[in-house]
Unconditional design. Structure first.
Length: 296
């Protein structure tokens, strides 16, 4: 019997002209077709130019003989290289700007983002001031912003950018876990908040969620925010006094530095203890650091 060999590029329906198949797929995304021949040819080959698989069939005795055909996909369980690239070319990537004062951190974040097929880094910087200028130049879809920066802080940079671009989207990426930091970042207009110790997939999820117009707060962040007491907000003067307390200053030293009486300082300290729900100055300092009210 004469072998029959079809040319490459034939649509996958060509197989059905001479084969009857029953397919199952294993855990390696390899499809196995149990085939019965309708014709007397002993060998059939088909290469599907549409879906990127190649089929090889060999039968021992022709019509009615069962054989196994393997259909292997390259690079993807659903799309092969050329088809996948063609499909992805029509998808606009998420433009990301990275703002962090540590060069190694910026390189690592950029590597994670650029490894994705749906997003890319368009700008990166280590200062809030330059972030404002780069945002105007590149207008990224989402900006990854650290809070602790030289010069203006991350929160101040967010406020500056949003004053001109109110629809700008931000994900804060920081080591600060306190409810006060989270509250002030959200108040400034960030839509996502990620701690640097979290898995990198959390960062990817945050970028995708915020780009889609939604808020992203992982469970630890949401829990810290939920623990915030409504009456715990300090006045600007109380924040000044608390920062000096954390710096180890006495009431007399605080009074001299702020140009107020020692009695007024005592009143502020008492108010701080009540708002932070603590009983002494030492506990006030510890709580202030834990919650992000003051940073060393």
């Amino acid at each position: 019997m004469r072998p029959c060999k079809a040319r490459a590029g034939v649509h996958c329906r060509a197989l059905s002209r001479c084969l009857e198949t029953t397919r199952h797929t294993d855990e390696n995304s390899t499809a196995h077709d149990f085939i019965s021949c309708r014709s007397s040819e002993v060998r059939h080959e088909r290469t599907c130019g549409v879906h990127g698989w190649q089929a090889h069939l060999n039968t021992r005795s022709g019509v009615g003989t069962e054989a196994i055909i393997e259909v292997r996909r390259k690079a993807s369980a659903t799309l092969t290289g050329s088809v996948r690239d063609e499909a992805m070319s029509g998808i606009e990537k998420i433009k990301v700007m990275v703002v962090d004062d540590h060069p190694l951190m910026r390189v690592g974040i950029a590597s994670i983002v650029n490894a994705r097929s749906d997003m890319s880094v368009v700008a990166q910087t280590g200062t809030g001031e330059e972030a404002v200028a780069l945002f105007h130049r590149h207008q990224p879809d989402v900006t990854l912003m650290d809070l602790k920066l030289p010069g203006i802080s991350g929160v101040e940079a967010i406020l500056a950018i949003r004053s001109t671009y109110p629809q700008a989207r931000f994900v804060v990426l920081t080591t600060y876990e306190g409810d006060s930091d989270i509250h002030h970042a959200l108040e400034a207009g960030t839509q996502g908040y990620v701690i640097k110790g979290m898995p990198f997939q959390t960062l990817v999820d945050a970028l995708q969620r915020v780009h889609a117009g939604r808020r992203f707060l992982p469970p630890p962040v949401a829990q810290a925010l939920a623990s915030r007491m409504p009456e715990s907000e300090l006045s600007s003067r109380e924040q000044e006094v608390l920062r000096l307390l954390v710096g180890g200053k006495s009431n007399k030293e605080i009074a001299n530095l702020l140009g107020i009486t020692e009695a007024t300082v005592k009143c502020h300290v008492s108010s701080i203890l009540v708002r932070l729900n603590v009983s002494d100055r030492t506990q006030a300092v510890v709580t202030a650091l834990q919650r992000g009210l003051v940073h060393l």
